[in-house]
Design a protein around this ligand. Structure first.
Ligand SMILES: NC(=O)c1ccc[n+]([C@@H]2O[C@H](COP(=O)([O-])OP(=O)(O)OC[C@H]3O[C@@H](n4cnc5c(N)ncnc54)[C@H](OP(=O)(O)O)[C@@H]3O)[C@@H](O)[C@H]2O)c1
Length: 302
């Protein structure tokens, strides 16, 4: 497993980590992923998976980089402190390696939230501070508000078919030395990636490289400087396969070929805004309805 530096923090993390949103497969697949070198697990207080992550890292905690997130409804100073304690308890660890603001919350000044995050670092309960779903403007404000400890990462959606962050955010993070943690690197459902690949470019590339389609799709993300990926697999087979996305690289020519043949897109500002303000249950309902549409239409909604 290849590692990449976490920002300028002086540590490296595996370039493929283990995502756990809607993860339901128990301890074993996570353990097998850790054995395969993905010593980096991402969870969140809202996922309900902190306990299983705690079980998976028990006994090898010092070798695993554990990332979790505080939910926006807990962004007031005291609530952040309480949320961190609750996460530590569920994870059964005494320090969170990367504590991330799950998504921006305009109702609470980010200065207040970051003051609490810094308090947690001072108390030894958090090692590094990160954010998630932050735009360039939101990152700039947050980075100014982080007075004692830098923000080291931004966790955002990035995959071979959704390249929205390439418009500005990716370059901003790369220029500022912030690590991009690519979420939904397999498109949230791998079918949504395949929907955008009607000519079978991924299958051709898999044959050419001797890898699987999922490994090719993940490796495409990892080719970008400063980007690591956290695919979620609900089986040992998927988790171990995804670890095989590391340790090799698509060539520039192979990436250009995928870029030409896959129907990737960047979301416009209006779509990104609407997605940002829609409550999760509505977003889920839209996605469920979209699954019943033909592929050409379906891919607009996933
Ligand atoms: N910060 C945020 O707001 C945010 C938002 C979304 C996600 N995330 C994080 O990012 C992680 C990953 O994103 P995600 O869960 O949205 O989706 P994802 O990792 O892009 O895709 C997961 C889907 O791909 C399938 N899959 C996994 N490995 C596969 C393989 N080798 N071949 C074929 N299909 C495969 C999974 O199937 P099975 O489940 O059947 O294995 C599942 O349906 C999350 O778990 C979470 O940790 C963060």
């Amino acid at each position: 497993m290849t590692s990449k530096p976490l920002s300028n923090a002086g540590v490296s993390i595996p370039e493929v980590g283990l995502g756990t949103w809607e993860y339901r497969a128990g301890v074993e697949p996570l353990r097998r992923g850790l054995d395969a070198g993905a010593l980096f697990i991402d969870t969140a207080e809202s996922y309900g998976t902190e306990p299983v992550v705690g079980h998976a890292v028990a006994g090898i905690r010092d070798r695993v980089f554990v990332a979790t997130k505080v939910s926006p409804e807990h962004f007031r100073f005291d609530d952040v402190l309480k949320a961190a304690d609750a996460s530590l308890k569920r994870l059964r660890i005494d320090r969170i390696d990367l504590y991330q603001l799950h998504r921006p919350n305009d109702a609470v000044p980010v200065e207040e939230t970051l003051a609490a995050m810094e308090r947690l670092v001072d108390a030894g309960k958090v090692r590094f501070i990160g954010v998630s779903n932050f735009s360039v403007a939101q990152l700039e404000r947050a980075r100014k508000a982080a007075r004692k400890y830098p923000i080291v990462s931004n966790q955002v959606r990035y995959n071979v078919v959704d390249r929205t962050i390439e418009a500005d955010l990716l370059k901003y993070c790369q220029a500022s030395g912030l690590t991009v943690i690519a979420y939904s690197p397999l498109g949230r459902t791998f079918q949504s990636v395949l929907d955008c690949d009607p000519d079978g470019a991924l299958a051709d590339m898999a044959r050419l490289t001797g890898r699987t389609m999922a490994q090719v799709a993940l490796n495409w993300c990892l080719c970008a400087d400063g980007v690591v990926a956290i695919p979620k697999g609900n089986s040992t087979a998927h988790v171990v396969e995804n670890c095989g996305a590391s340790g090799w690289r698509l060539t520039a020519e192979q990436r250009r070929l995928l870029d030409r043949r896959i129907r990737w897109r960047r979301r416009g500002r209006m779509e990104a805004f609407v997605r940002g303000v829609l409550p999760p249950p509505i977003k889920r309902a839209v996605r469920d309805i979209a699954q019943k549409l033909p592929p050409g239409l379906r891919r607009r909604f996933t």
